[in-house]
Write a protein that binds this ligand. Structure first.
Ligand SMILES: Nc1ncnc2c1ncn2[C@@H]1O[C@H](COP(=O)(O)OP(=O)(O)OP(=O)(O)O)[C@@H](O)[C@H]1O
Ligand SMILES: [Mg+2]
Length: 411
């Protein structure tokens, strides 16, 4: 019987931690994955995408992992997890080398990548990704795979993502304390783009925007390559805060109102629609117009989109994004989000859901799960490179391990 191969995405978000287990049905550059388990737990140990309380985070991770293990009927030991937060900085770089034997080998490619990444990075930051965008051989550009081609001068254009060392370490620490190995850390918008974008969109030029609870993450693609990434420390929680203040209602009530009645575009709400709002500290509940709620939400969402627009302008690619904008993340479930986004970006906008997966696809069919599913897909593509390969735990290994411990205890 052939062994099943599992891959696990652990999305440590500001509002929820979610663990998604996939079975790799077919490996390769575009692996086929069946979702076999999912577990989620509310998250209270993060602020704006960054871990601020290890204990609380470990507790939520443990809950989410246990739930997904039960559902998948497998034991999880290794995960792919994400990173986000305002500390993320990314930039493009190039490297040039002379080709030794006039035919480009794997070593030449490695050397040119090394040359491209030879940029001074402060000691408190570390490199999270070095993603090749394209190679140029004797000034001929647009080459994706240069190995075996002839030339004397090889140039690489790469996208480099860096983050605070302490943030990455805290993520790993939390996973380790929950009994998990981390195979790799992936920038969250890159993970989300794996889940919701198709190759054609990446070729044409597209922006992926993932608006979560504490952060809004951006990844920009052109000609199949990542050209810009960014993380803004603003998200759906800010909308909830505004509602709590504006309607003088507790946070948890504001969150419920947002999810049940919220709308990002005032003009989409009929003037006569009414909603009930609970009062603070035993005060009576009130009946208010839904339009008023939309009037509170709209400026904040507009602000979020404007900040994202500024980030897109910074990349210099705003005129080249023929496939427009794809929005995902829990906050984009709000009614009227794509409509308002189109107004701000002046580009076509659609809501992105996890694509091209099998198994329990309906359970993860929400923009909330874009990062989790994306981490899984990213993991499946990089399985061969993983430091801790992920396998189904052999029951006999487990028994043997426990027996070894008993014997150790006895003597
Ligand atoms: N149906 C809904 N309508 C409006 N907003 C929603 C809905 N469901 C969830 N949200 C909002 O989505 C946000 C959470 O999204 P998501 O689960 O993607 O965030 P996260 O991954 O936990 O956080 P982050 O990525 O910022 O670290 C919350 O602000 C929540 O209020
Ligand atoms: Mg998220």
């Amino acid at each position: 019987m052939s062994k099943k191969e599992f891959v696990v995405g652990l999305d440590i978000g500001t509002t929820k931690i979610c663990c998604i287990v996939g079975e790799v049905v077919d490996r390769g550059p575009y692996p086929k994955i069946d979702i076999v388990g999912i577990g989620t737990a509310p998250s209270s140990g993060l602020r704006k995408g960054v871990v601020i309380n290890i204990e609380a985070t470990v507790e939520s991770i443990t809950k989410a992992v246990e739930e997904s293990e039960l559902m998948a009927g497998a034991e999880i030991s290794t995960v792919y997890t994400g990173i986000a937060g305002g500390h993320i900085k990314s930039f493009n770089s190039t490297g040039v080398v002379a080709v030794k034997d006039k035919e480009i080998t794997e070593q030449d490619v490695q050397r040119v990548i090394d040359a491209a990444k030879a940029v001074a990075i402060p000691l408190d930051r570390e490199t999270i990704h070095i993603i090749p965008q394209e190679y140029l051989i004797n000034d001929q550009g647009g080459i994706k795979d240069p190995i075996g081609m002839s030339g004397v001068r090889l140039e690489a254009k790469v996208h480099i993502v860096t983050g605070a060392v302490s943030s990455a370490q805290n993520i790993i620490k939390c996973a380790n304390k929950a009994g998990l190995n981390v195979a790799e850390i992936c920038l969250e918008p890159i993970a989300s783009s794996e889940a919701v974008l198709c190759q054609d969109e990446k070729e044409l030029g597209v922006v992926l925007v993932d608006i979560g609870g504490g952060t809004s993450d951006i990844a920009l693609f052109k000609e199949g390559a990542i050209v810009h990434t960014g993380v803004l420390a603003i998200g759906g929680n800010h909308i909830t805060n505004d509602i709590a203040v504006g309607l003088r209602t507790p946070q948890n009530e504001a969150e419920k109102i947002k999810i049940r009645h919220g709308c990002a575009l005032t003009s989409m709400v009929k003037p006569d629609e009414m909603i009930e709002v609970a009062g603070v500290g035993g005060r009576k509940s009130r009946v208010l117009s839904r339009r008023l709620l939309a009037e509170i939400i709209e400026p904040r969402v507009e602000e979020i989109f404007s900040l994202i627009q500024r980030e897109i302008m910074k990349s210099g690619y705003q005129e080249l994004l023929s496939a427009g904008v794809v929005i995902t993340g829990g906050a984009t479930l709000l009614e009227g989000m794509p409509e308002l986004a189109e107004f701000v970006f002046e580009m076509p906008v659609k809501r992105g859901l996890p694509q091209n997966i099998g198994g329990l696809r309906d359970v993860v069919n929400s923009p909330k799960y874009a990062t989790g599913v994306g981490l899984l897909k990213y993991g499946a593509r990089n399985l061969a490179k993983a430091r801790f390969p992920i396998r189904e735990k052999n029951i006999y290994d487990k028994v043997r391990g426990s027996m070894r411990n008993w014997i150790k205890d006895l003597f």
